[in-house]
Design a protein around this ligand. Structure first.
Ligand code: PXG
Length: 291
């Protein structure tokens, strides 16, 4: 496997960065998780834009332009001869000293691109649906660390994941600081009620998910009314359908929340329709490359 590291493609065993990199010392950096489907990088422009927005927000200069970053992703995919892959871009503050001050990181930010394959959940889960549980750890409040910054500091989500796993569940439902439904540890959440879609608004402690955005666009295309609205746990419990969206997980039906069956307890009609439409979209919406 070849890994992109600061402009060069190196073997996996040589892909090493300094222990003084503030990405390692403090989680000071940003990242993106992207998928390619049959030599098409799904929504690459949107992912690159979000990466640059995250970097801008934490005042980290990017050593590459958006175009150069796009080309670097394609180059890494080609070098690994990968048609269908999972791409991880990690940009960290770079090496500094043992203090928080990012001005001490004199080098350019460190850029790493890893491409690999990924199957987050077994196929059966997509057919039968997932059970999730609300966890005690609330999502970071936007005033402290805005969840829209896709930072390298994912402890908030990891703590939630640990709580779900300890309780015997694969995924955690995280609430925001006001107690409303926020998102899961690496996925946005949707609810279907009376043939209409609902998802929490972005300002309430959720990531502006690119899959979420794609689903909202699919809803418009299919003439399904969709609302960005605060959601309580009760509303989720009495929903007809529920599903999660994320680059890694794609679209996962949820059939039980906190022990309550959602609808009939199996992947719903609208969920399946949106999953099928999303499958079509992954073949068209993105940047193509040749191996
Ligand atoms: N919420 C959070 C907190 C995320 O990290 C999403 C929603 C979905 O966004 P996209 O743009 O992918 O539709 C994410 C992104 C993993 C993993 O291993 C998942 C993400 C990021 C990193 C790792 O499951 N999801």
């Amino acid at each position: 496997m070849k890994v992109y590291l600061n402009g060069t493609l190196v073997d996996k065993k040589d892909a090493k960065i300094s222990v003084f990199d503030h990405g390692y010392l403090y989680g000071d950096g940003v990242f993106e998780g992207i998928r390619s489907y049959g030599c098409l990088v799904f929504k690459l422009k949107e992912h690159i834009d979000r990466l640059f927005e995250s970097a801008h927000s934490i005042m980290m200069g990017m050593p590459l332009t958006r175009k150069e970053m796009t080309d670097a992703v394609i180059k890494t995919l080609k070098a690994n001869n990968l048609q269908d892959g999972y791409i991880r871009i990690v940009v960290s503050r770079g090496p500094g000293d043992l203090g928080l001050d990012p001005r001490k990181c004199k080098d350019k930010a460190t850029v790493v691109i890893i491409v690999d394959t990924i199957a987050l959940y077994p196929k059966k889960l997509y057919e039968k649906g997932m059970e999730i549980i609300t966890v005690p750890t609330v999502r970071n409040i936007p005033e402290a660390l805005n969840p829209q910054i896709k930072s390298l500091n994912y402890l908030n989500n990891i703590l939630a994941k640990i709580e779900a796993v300890n309780a015997g569940y694969a995924e955690a439902l995280m609430l925001d600081h006001l107690g409303y439904v926020a998102e899961c540890t690496g996925d946005n959440i949707f609810l279907v009620k009376n043939d209409e879609l609902y998802t929490p608004p972005q300002c309430m402690g959720t990531l502006r998910g690119i899959t979420r955005e794609a689903v909202l666009n699919i809803a418009t295309k299919l003439k399904i009314p969709a609302h960005e609205h605060v959601i309580t746990r009760h509303e989720l419990y009495i929903g007809d359908e529920c599903f999660l969206t994320g680059t890694a997980a794609e679209i996962v039906p949820v059939v039980k929340v906190d022990g309550r069956l959602i609808g009939e307890g199996k992947p719903g009609k609208l969920t399946r329709k949106i999953m099928a439409e999303f499958g079509k979209l992954t073949k068209t919406a993105g940047i193509k490359y040749k191996l």
